[in-house]
Design a protein around this ligand. Structure first.
Ligand code: AR6
Length: 181
């Protein structure tokens, strides 16, 4: 599927189908859990691609992990990106437990880290939309809206790319992006 994109304030928001571990961008985001000790899904793939130095850095710098709705950074180790942003999205529990605010928080924390680090490009997976069970349509809309809001303001970022692992997830993000045009 070809890349879809939207330009906001001279900055690009792109959608791509693929594997986030292979992205040549300044930073990639990881859909982690609050313990920050690795896991399945995209977290497992990133740890495999980065190598054992990633877990060593997480254990050393973040002994207590990080709360749901926040993110922390490490270096990229074996991946092409310079930084990995470990974001913790919510587990879906029906929608009345602050899940939406926590999902927004996970994306915003990554975007704020990018600005602090001076990153110009970042790639995101569909945080919480796998093992954590966040409903697809709502998750995609929240992700696109949160990034679009950030790109309309001041930021070091000139490119934000969502890297979607399946055609179904890609379709949900395409629909969310179409709603922004
Ligand atoms: N590149 C891009 N996206 C991917 C990749 C990849 N290589 N692999 C999977 N995805 P999930 P969550 C997609 O389950 O829901 C872990 O155990 C996947 O298809 O990885 O936030 C953590 O340690 C889905 O669309 O993350 C946590 O315990 C999206 O990434 C928990 O899972 C997110 O799915 C976090 O669950």
């Amino acid at each position: 599927m070809p890349t879809s994109s939207l330009t906001l304030n001279g900055r690009r928001l792109e959608l791509e189908t693929g594997d986030i571990t292979r992205q040549a961008v300044d930073a990639i985001a990881n859909a982690a859990n609050s313990a920050l000790r690795g896991g399945g899904g995209v977290d497992g793939a990133i740890h495999r691609a980065a190598g054992p130095g990633l877990l060593d850095e997480l254990v050393r710098r973040y002994p207590d992990g990080t709360p749901t709705g926040t993110a922390v950074e490490t270096s990229g180790h074996g991946v092409a990106a310079r930084w990995i942003l470990h974001a913790v999205g919510p587990v879906w529990r029906g929608g009345s437990r602050g899940e939406a605010e926590q999902l927004v928080g996970a994306y915003r924390s990554c975007l704020a880290l990018c600005d602090r680090l001076g990153a110009r490009s970042v790639a995101f997976p569909a945080i919480s939309m796998g093992i954590y069970g966040y409903p697809g349509e709502e998750g995609a809309r929240t992700a696109v809206r949160t990034v679009a809001q950030h790109l309309r303001g001041e930021s070091s970022l000139t490119l934000v790319r969502f890297v979607l692992f399946s055609d179904e997830t890609r379709r949900l993000f395409d629909a969310a992006l179409a709603g922004k045009r």
